[in-house]
Design a protein around this ligand. Structure first.
Ligand code: NAD
Length: 429
């Protein structure tokens, strides 16, 4: 049941009709109830601290001008500077960016990073822009949000449809405006510009570390597990490759155009080559095409949603075959679906824990940039594994202690830490 932020009166509407921020606030209240959080604190933590909307012109290759809309939202700067990715997508809304920024706050707190949450987005289909137009858009968006970002203030990173090149343009634009190079203003940069070893793979790798811990407590065998991955981008393709390296059989993957399925296991190297050549995983000769909705219901032991939000809902949660779901994507499961999955005994590793590898290695990159002292890939991966293992144990024991599912347990852990910062810092003035 959705709840009004201020009155906490129920607002009846199925998750599909609510915006993503309503869903995030609803999840927050479920965990706040478990914690017995006081009303004043609920008000503070269920709002975003700063929300900026920018409408800005971009010169296109044909000389015309187009105005684009973007956002940067900081949910809570209590724990430290804020941190969160920037996405370019035609469906970006302020509500979505607010939800993602709130989840970033809890995520950083779940794994113990000294950051609050933020998020940014531009409403654009970047596939329709040339490289030059994409650069113009990135530079102007960076200039528009520059009063909010900075290495000690708010540090962006890549998200859907943004990549190290976009981060390099962002870093350069910010640096040109202040007059000196500021590598710490963003993470997910190319290696030569002060990026971190392991950052590109961090979200997928962290998700696989989380799966390895879950498999232990569920007494599953990775080598006998079939894996389905929705979304074959940065998070999903790395998770798929690493699962295959651990001996699991990746039987299906998908992208925005659809999925490809082979019960005997997909040849991922050949699939990568097919995707590089055709731009999609569909029509790969080594499998049968499936739709993204069919893909979620395929026979498998482990399902990794690694695409967009709102994929697992009350409409399909009852038919999902997987025993373990690891949310590499942010917000793929609605609260109704959480309940259905939990009642059916499906073990779910929630986004604010399962995909925290990305922001964790972003934190490592930020530390390396501030100290101008790079680490090796082995150091990065070992530290990531330690943090993911420790955080799994903390969330799992919270789930046992309060007799709740893993999402609520992760939220309880994240929210209680941020509430503690907030209490200790007090209200100014
Ligand atoms: P990406 O742009 O690299 O890849 C997204 C993939 O999803 C692409 O293969 C795209 O074709 C596919 N896709 C898009 N819409 C789809 C749909 N409706 N159905 C199926 N597939 C679809 O993005 P990414 O960085 O891998 O991000 C994916 C998810 O992971 C997002 O929810 C993002 O917020 C989350 N995430 C990413 C990071 C990171 O470090 N990149 C960190 C934490 C969380």
């Amino acid at each position: 049941m959705a709840v009004d932020v201020l009155t906490r009166e129920p607002v009846a509407a199925p998750a599909e009709e609510r915006n993503l921020f309503d869903v995030a606030v609803e999840q927050f209240h479920i965990a706040a109830d478990v914690l017995g959080l006081e009303d004043d604190m609920r008000q503070v933590l269920s709002h975003c601290q700063r929300e900026l909307t920018v409408n800005f012109p971009v010169e296109m290759d044909d000389g015309s001008v187009k105005v684009f809309t973007g956002h940067r939202v900081q949910h809570n700067a209590g724990p430290g500077p804020t941190k969160g990715g920037i996405r370019y997508h035609q469906d970006v809304t302020l509500a979505e960016v607010k939800a993602l920024s709130m989840w970033m706050t809890w995520k950083c707190a779940v794994v113990g990073l000294p950051f609050g949450g933020a998020k940014g987005g531009v409403r654009v289909n970047p596939k329709l822009l040339s490289r030059n137009e994409l650069q113009n858009l990135t530079r102007r968006y960076t200039a528009e949000i520059s009063m909010m970002i900075g290495p000690n203030r708010d540090i962006p990173a890549p998200d859907v449809n943004t990549n190290p090149q976009v981060m390099a343009w962002l870093m350069d634009t910010y640096s040109m405006n202040v007059g000196y190079s500021v590598p710490g203003v963003t993470t997910g940069k190319p290696l030569v510009l002060g990026g971190s070893e392991g950052r590109n793979e961090a979200t997928g790798r962290g998700c696989v570390f989380a799966i390895q811990k879950a498999v232990e407590v569920l007494d599953m065998d990775l080598e006998k597990s079939r894996v389905v991955v929705q979304g074959f981008g940065n998070a999903g393709s790395v998770a798929a490759r690493l699962m295959a390296e651990l001996g699991s059989k990746v039987v299906a993957v998908s992208d925005s155009r659809g999925g490809i399925h082979n019960p005997a296991g997909l040849d991922l190297a050949a699939l990568h080559e097919h995707k590089a050549r055709t731009g999609t995983v569909t029509d790969f000769r080594g499998g049968e095409n499936v739709t993204n909705q069919e893909l979620l219901l395929l026979d498998c032991e482990i399902l990794v949603p690694a695409a967009m939000e709102g994929q697992i809902t009350a409409a399909n949660a009852g038919e999902i075959k997987a025993r373990l779901i690891a949310e590499a994507a942010n917000g793929p499961t609605t609260p109704e679906a959480d309940t259905i999955l939990h009642d059916r005994g499906v073990f779910l590793l929630p986004d604010i824990f399962a995909n925290a590898g990305g922001v964790t290695v972003s934190y490592f990159e930020w530390v390396q940039a501030l100290q101008a002292f790079p680490w090796t890939e082995t150091e990065v991966n070992e530290r990531l594994q330690r943090i993911m293992s420790r955080s799994f144990e903390a969330v799992y024991s919270t789930a046992k202690k309060f007799d709740v599912h893993m999402r609520t347990a992760a939220l309880v852990r994240g929210i209680s830490r941020v509430a503690e910062f907030t209490r200790l810092r007090g209200i100014y003035p």
